[in-house]
Design a protein. Structure first.
Length: 89
């Protein structure tokens, strides 16, 4: 009996990333899951998380280029903002 080959999830497929996003997470291509992990490492390392409401991200200069604004952003809106910086590899 042949073993079926597991199909890689779309989230695990490496994607090309924009220069602005590379400045935050490093050079690509990277899987989406890795981009999110590295983004959170950057956010915590650079204290870009609102301490009173931890769901809010307070963009610094680099994150503002990715999110399109220096205004605080809810972490659930973050992935929507990343979409324009990600292209299928």
């Amino acid at each position: 009996m042949a073993t079926a080959k597991k199909k890689t999830s779309a989230f695990m497929q490496p994607v090309q990333i924009s220069g602005d996003l590379e400045a935050v997470v490093g050079s690509g291509p990277l899987p989406r899951t890795e981009i999110i992990k590295k983004l959170w490492v950057y956010i915590k390392k650079n204290k870009c998380q609102d301490m009173k409401n931890k769901r809010n991200i307070l963009p610094d200069e680099k994150l503002a280029k990715v999110f399109g604004s220096k205004n605080p952003i809810d972490m659930f809106q973050m992935t929507k903002k990343l979409a324009k910086h990600i292209k299928q590899a």
